[in-house]
Design a protein around this ligand. Structure first.
Ligand SMILES: NC(=O)c1ccc[n+]([C@@H]2O[C@H](COP(=O)([O-])OP(=O)(O)OC[C@H]3O[C@@H](n4cnc5c(N)ncnc54)[C@H](OP(=O)(O)O)[C@@H]3O)[C@@H](O)[C@H]2O)c1
Length: 255
């Protein structure tokens, strides 16, 4: 099952899995886009592709999604928690609802879906979880502080669960993309990020392939692109007290 499969990295993850013969449950809010992708993948690869529209900002979404997947007849052996969004701007700008919705989708829904589907995987003797975090997970992000914090949570939870689930035969992989050209930037109100054009960043398909391969190999943390890996390495060697100011400068240069 791929959450956030209606576009961007999620749709490309679905295409990568379909290429490898996986049957798919596709979920997001945009039913039309999900149906079009399901038709494309059925025709191209002859897989079973089921669509379950769901709003994960609704706290009842994850449970409803689990119930709906039971009706598809497809057991979830691989859960891809990809749905997520960001918001550019200082903490007190914008609506509180949007920030709380971000925490609900990026953090709460991902946690609940991991719990619900891992329990079923453990009962079947194993499975795989691919959680989509970000290179934002490795440092605080003034100017986009809530988003960065949600992704730090995803990375921390995933690395913790990876150890806990080992004996149950469930691998947990965290995909940490850097800036990737998708609908994300527009949704987050980021304008045209210089980072997207200045740095040799991998595209959504490449990011998806990297993540799927890492998940199928049972890898831990997967950072696509050498520039992103270098930046994350740089963060490790940068004193924590100057890091937030550095990030703030980069964030402000984005609009
Ligand atoms: N693009 C980047 O630069 C970048 C970098 C690092 C990490 N990421 C992460 O990669 C993941 C995918 O993002 P993307 O870049 O592919 O952005 P995107 O093109 O905007 O896709 C986001 C996906 O999440 C779904 N989604 C958003 N809100 C939802 C909700 N309330 N309920 C259910 N689904 C919802 C969207 O579907 P609907 O709108 O149809 O619901 C869409 O399918 C996110 O977790 C993001 O944080 C992105």
């Amino acid at each position: 099952m791929v959450t956030g499969a209606s576009g961007g990295i999620g749709a490309e993850i679905a295409r990568e899995l379909s290429d490898r013969g996986w049957n798919l449950i596709l979920t997001a809010r945009s039913e039309g886009a999900l149906q079009a992708l399901a038709r494309e993948l059925r025709a191209r690869d002859g897989i079973l592709a089921q669509v379950v529209p769901m709003d994960l900002a609704d706290p009842s979404g994850p449970e409803a999604l689990e119930e709906a997947t039971e009706g598809t007849g497809l057991p979830v052996d691989l859960l891809v928690n990809n749905a997520g969004f960001g918001e550019f701007g200082s903490f007190l700008e914008g609506e509180l609802d949007r920030k709380m919705g971000m925490v609900q989708v990026n953090v709460a829904a991902l946690t609940e879906l991991s719990w619900r589907f891992a329990a079923a995987m453990a009962g079947r003797g194993g499975g795989r979880i691919l959680n989509v975090a970000s290179t934002a997970a490795f440092q605080p992000g003034p100017g986009m502080a809530v988003y960065y914090a949600t992704k730090a949570y995803v990375l921390s939870l995933s690395e913790g669960l990876r150890v806990e689930f080992r004996d149950a035969g469930i691998s947990v992989t965290t995909l940490c993309p850097g800036p990737t050209a998708t609908g994300f930037q527009e949704e987050a109100g980021m304008g045209n990020s210089g980072l997207l054009t200045l740095l040799p960043a991998p595209g959504a398909r490449e990011v998806a392939r990297f993540g799927v391969e890492a998940a199928l190999k049972g890898k831990g943390v997967a950072i696509p692109g050498w520039v992103n890996r270098l930046l994350v390495l740089g963060v490790r060697f940068t004193p924590r007290r100057i890091l937030p100011d550095l990030v703030y400068r980069i964030q402000r240069s984005r609009v």
